[in-house]
Design a protein around this ligand. Structure first.
Ligand code: SF4
Length: 350
């Protein structure tokens, strides 16, 4: 793992926590939440270290597909390899969240389109205060009932999608509302060859950070989905990452992370349980939302069983995921090998 990026993420998270704590002097509700979130993160890290000593690896993050997603869907491979079946119920998610908390997971990223329609699962997530639940929010976030849910479940952390520099006015207003409500939140800005410069512009970032955005994610969907026309070329990506490094120095109050471009500095592909894995809406355990190959199911199986499933273990041991290929997705660069590893290793699909 690149020491500098990894140190930046740890240092940055601590500095954001301290600055949130300082700014919460007159907000006992948020202050209490921040203190207990910190304690929970430390306790989860201890559990993961204890597991490591026993030769087991537990990732700090899970990605849960509460609803299906147009961003992740891959019709060319999904019909054959994604398992399918009925969507997981709230009771299934409850069991999964409980096990996640038990084994030392710190955060569960909730994904999918129209997530706020699954208020049952979001409300359920709020009942696991030791886990943080960042989730991709849409404009329905500001309905009264959703704001009320957020107030009662401070561990739900909205991530607002910013379409680009042109749509910033609308998002900045939304961020101010969240900020004045004491919420902690992040933003996600999709990077394309057309907007790579504008979305790292200092004036653009000042508005995001001044409005309270504490983490800025830059997914490059062209690289994540293997869409050549929407990918940055290597020199544009190098320039983009250079501007991001400048932003990290200029805006210490927020964390910046580009995916998958930053993964090579974080020890390569994080999929298949190395850093996280993805649970699709039907319970299939996939290495990553962008690598839709299901080796086993969580409908009846456990998270531990998925982490130790033959497919995930062989993927982690194969070396295929060791390094991202030229700033793109490592597994997508080896699709044939990944699919052949999967053959004969699927189990427990219910
Ligand atoms: S490199 Fe790995 S973690 Fe990154 S997008 Fe590809 S499969 Fe996912």
């Amino acid at each position: 793992m690149s020491k500098s990026l990894s140190a930046y993420l740890s240092r940055g998270a601590l500095s954001i926590f301290n600055s949130l704590l300082r700014s919460s002097l007159f907000n006992p509700d948020r202050r209490g939440f921040l203190r207990s979130a910190m304690k929970s993160a430390e306790a989860a890290a201890k559990k993961r270290k204890a597991a490591e000593r026993k030769g087991e690896h537990v990732p700090g993050l899970l990605i849960a597909g509460i609803t299906s997603s147009r961003v992740f869907s891959r019709p060319d491979v999904e019909n054959d390899l994604s398992g399918g079946g009925e969507a997981l119920s709230a009771a299934d998610w409850k069991r999964i969240f409980a096990e996640a908390a038990e084994i030392g997971v710190s955060a569960v990223l909730l994904t999918g389109d129209g997530l706020l329609r699954r208020r049952d699962v979001l409300a359920l997530a709020g009942r696991f205060p030791s886990l943080m639940f960042p989730f991709f929010a849409d404009e329905t976030l500001f309905r009264e009932e959703n704001i009320a849910l957020m107030r009662s479940c401070r561990n739900l952390i909205p991530i607002l999608r910013v379409e680009g520099a042109g749509s910033l006015d609308k998002t900045a207003r939304a961020m101010s509302e969240l900020s004045s409500d004491g919420a902690v939140f992040g933003v996600s800005v999709a990077v394309t060859p057309e907007n790579a410069r504008a979305v790292t512009d200092s004036a653009f970032l000042s508005r995001l950070v001044d409005a309270g955005g504490r983490a800025v994610l830059y997914p490059e969907y062209g690289a994540l989905r293997g869409d050549g026309a929407r990918r940055l070329d290597p020199s544009d990506r190098a320039a983009f990452l250079g501007r991001l490094n400048t932003a990290r120095k200029d805006f210490p109050g927020a964390l910046f992370l580009a995916l998958p471009a930053d993964e090579s500095s974080l020890g390569g592909c994080m999929a298949a349980g190395k850093g996280f894995f993805y649970i699709n809406p039907c319970g299939g355990a996939e290495p990553c939302p962008f690598a839709p190959y299901v080796g086993c199911s969580l409908k009846n199986g456990s998270l531990k069983a998925a982490l130790n499933s033959p497919f995930f273990v062989s993927l982690r041991e194969s070396g295929l995921a060791d390094a991202a290929a030229d700033g793109g997705c490592a597994l997508r660069a080896h699709e044939k090998e990944v699919a052949s590893l999967l053959t004969g290793k699927r189990e427990n699909l219910g």
